[in-house]
Design a binder for this molecule. Sequence first.
Ligand SMILES: Cc1cc2nc3c(=O)[nH]c(=O)nc-3n(C[C@H](O)[C@H](O)[C@H](O)COP(=O)(O)OP(=O)(O)OC[C@H]3O[C@@H](n4cnc5c(N)ncnc54)[C@H](O)[C@@H]3O)c2cc1C
Length: 308
Amino acid sequence: MLNRDLVHSLIVNLPGLEFKWREPLARYTTFRVGGPVFCLVMPQTEDALIGLMQELRSHAVPYFILGGGSNLLLPDDELNALAVQLTLCSANIGLDKQEGALPVRLSAGAGVRLPRLLGYCLKNQLGGLESLVGIPGTVGGALVMNAGTRDGAIADPLLWVEVLDEKNRRLRIPKSELSPGYRSLGLPDNWVVLGCCLEVEPCADGVQRARLSEIMRERKRTQPVGWPSAGCIFKNPEGLAAGALIEKSGLKGLRMGDAEVSPKHANWIINRGHARALDVVALIELIEDRVRRDFGIHLKREIRIMGS
Ligand SMILES: Cc1cc2nc3c(=O)[nH]c(=O)nc-3n(C[C@H](O)[C@H](O)[C@H](O)COP(=O)(O)OP(=O)(O)OC[C@H]3O[C@@H](n4cnc5c(N)ncnc54)[C@H](O)[C@@H]3O)c2cc1C
């Protein structure tokens, strides 16, 4: 339960916070779906974030971390919670100053957007993160989801991740202590990711540009890039493609309101204008039923749905 008066006094009295009351969240998600949240809070520094988390945890205030909102479906009605965004406080990218040492160590805050990180690598001729090109969202969200493609995921070049654990302790966890898997880094749900260190290699500019353009060309050819969406809705079952199963069930192009199973890639649902979370969820449930009926396969959701 959200004690609105308590939360109000906490937020206005804590230092270093930017906040917006009843902020509509549709514009913070790539699906362009979602109603207002009681409060959107953006700590300006990591100390402010740590202070905020301390208070939220000790008063059991419901909250969630909002990354780039590119793997999230938020409810249409007001969310009685706080959305905490790290785009101001954990926004640094830097190189470890080990002159000449290879691989190069690149650290990035959880609030850094992936396209900015890829741009930094391109500018500094550093290769190794190419499989992340075209993935929107933040470093924090990418780590939690172990974002990637069949060519590689963010856990591959990962050296360590920095987190706030459930007791608000700041910990640096080496990859050897994590259990990365398909779309998960294996971190507990209530930890906050602050940033990470990635190992990258010097790379010739022309080679990298060509590789990035090739990946983006392939994405545009096979995915409905440009439409509001959250990328793939379902995880691929072992050895199979969720999109192919949905297509074989004859669901491409099916619509509920303005939510549509993309005619280009059946594992994507696109928002054709004013889709509501209700429409998207109805479409997801229908897909699950049809694929179970037609193939006996239970599709697992990759997208995170809040309020369900
Ligand atoms: C056009 C498009 C293409 C895509 N392509 C791919 C792809 O090729 N591969 C792929 O893996 N994904 C893909 N996605 C999905 C999505 O971009 C990734 O899952 C992305 O990593 C999510 O990051 P985010 O910052 O947007 O996280 P959000 O969607 O904001 O959050 C996702 C989850 O992570 C949690 N979270 C976010 N930040 C933190 C943090 N700092 N600490 C703790 N928890 C946190 C949130 O609470 C939520 O549970 C695509 C999406 C789109 C729209």
